[in-house]
Write a protein that binds this ligand. Sequence first.
Ligand code: ZN
Length: 277
Amino acid sequence: MTHDPIGKCIYCDSISDLTDEHIFAYGLGGDDVLPKASCKSCAKVTGSIEQHVLRGLWWLARAVLDFPSRHPKDMPTEFKIRGETKDGIRTEIILTEDERFGIASFPDYAPPGTLISRPYSPGILMTGNRMIAFGKSFEEIGKKYNLASITGSVTYKGTTFARMLAKIALGVAVARFGLDNFEEIYIRDCILNKKDDVGMWVGCDNWTAPPELLERETKTRHASIIGVDDGVVKVRIRLFSFSPYSPAYLVVVGRLRPGTSMERKGKAADAFSGMNK
Ligand SMILES: [Zn+2]
């Protein structure tokens, strides 16, 4: 869906050199576009955030899921796994085309600091790591190659993943309310890496999607829900929402000007539903 043009950079308010902004990265199959919504210099910053996730953490999973790529020739074609056989022998196996599977990692975070009145601390607190496998099931691969386990490593580059969530949430919120209706946007500085405070605004909580919402989200690649609490805009994001295992993240985006209409207008009308509290 292409939203109405913004005419201003949503990250820094610049009005020159504006480019179109994919709310969810193109490489994640995102087709929600905010026209004229990012200046070139901010696009460079958000682009490098996305690269970490698209080419690092989720590269194999994207290939298995046939997500789009701006550089299709660079996509991985060889799927190698390392593991240990049931006889305790370390081994490396190159999978065939129809055995491909990819694992996507999702960090679990503490709740956004601001929601639990936690005093400022730098960075973001990671409380766990969730792995979701896509493609062929590990059970089948394991059986065929007599594997007891597979091994691998995940590298999270600092707060980059959390900043990507903030970036997505800002796009979602601006698509719904416009940029000028925000009195303050809390997450701009962490997206642009000017302030190391992403943990104050981004995190996880114990919310789980009700079954009817999950059912709807299985039909989309990614899901977002927007909620307003006393003028404060919060966005819930589930990436790879077609998987029931994918975690929900919560981003506290900013505060609306008093009197901002909650009515859904124009193209954003059907995109979001109210947030369950
Ligand atoms: Zn900018």
